[in-house]
Design a protein around this ligand. Structure first.
Ligand code: 1Q0
Length: 213
């Protein structure tokens, strides 16, 4: 579809957002983190309707976190660390399922995006190291089996498997991902994602929050 230049996925903006999300003090700034996710959303949208479910799910998770940021306790949602501290001290994390009238916690919502970043890291690594005739749909599925499938219901797994079949060829994928940029941009992006992932993982694991319902 014809879209304005600013509407399209731009790997430099993705890389910039995730590297800007890391503060010099090792905090993860949520605003920049979500900006990075909005870029990924553009990518998903460019893949077309077969990825509609995945796009909507991504959009929904971004929206929940954004509403926390704009809500009455918004100041506490500046960084991942301050969000965790706030929800822990207010009993809002939801270590057991929260009552239905309460919005999903920031912590459990971010955990879903966090796991998906692992998927992305694995997938991009495979894409970068695979032979020229490697099939992206297979790489997607393999990364999914490791990073996300253990947390998904049977229905979700079936739907995701279908979406993977609609994955474009490696050549087409590279065209969307890299566009005018040098392939090194992918490497820089994987590194930024990895740093952000590792810090989040440490914070979550320190508080026993890697399995929130
Ligand atoms: C390109 C294809 C991406 C496919 C990645 C696999 C993601 C599968 C996600 C499936 C979502 C299906 C609907 C529901 C799932 C929820 O049950 C689940 C758990 O949440 P909850 O509230 O039920 O406990 N939700 C999730 O796991 C959230 C998943 C978010 C999806 C994130 C997709 C990440 C994709 C990024 C685009 C790839 C860009 C590659 C290009 C990179 C360029 C350098």
């Amino acid at each position: 579809a014809a879209q304005g230049g600013r509407e399209e996925f731009d790997i430099r903006q993705l890389q910039r957002a995730f590297s800007a999300s890391l503060s010099p003090r090792g905090e993860i700034l949520l605003r920049e983190y979500l900006q990075g996710w909005r870029q990924l959303l553009k990518f998903l949208e460019a893949l077309g309707t077969a990825f509609g479910l995945i796009s909507r799910e991504t959009e929904s998770k971004i929206g929940i976190l954004q509403r926390h940021q704009e809500g009455p306790h918004g100041l506490h949602y500046r960084t991942v660390q301050s969000m965790v501290a706030f929800e822990l001290s207010s009993g809002l994390v939801g270590f057991q399922s929260l009552p239905a009238h309460q919005p999903p916690s920031g912590c459990r919502t971010l955990l879903r995006l966090h796991r998906a970043l692992k998927w992305l890291e694995l997938f991009l690594h495979k894409l970068g190291t695979s032979p020229k005739d490697g099939k992206p749909s297979r790489m997607c599925a393999e990364a999914y089996r490791v990073a996300l499938a253990p947390y998904h219901s049977w229905w979700v797994k079936q739907a995701v498997a279908l979406a993977f079949l609609a994955m474009p060829s490696r050549q087409e994928l590279y065209r969307i991902i890299v566009r005018g940029e040098k392939p090194a941009a992918v490497l820089a992006t994987v590194e930024s994602l990895g740093r952000v992932y590792n810090i989040t993982q440490e914070v979550y694991s320190a508080h026993g929050m890697l399995e929130l319902p």
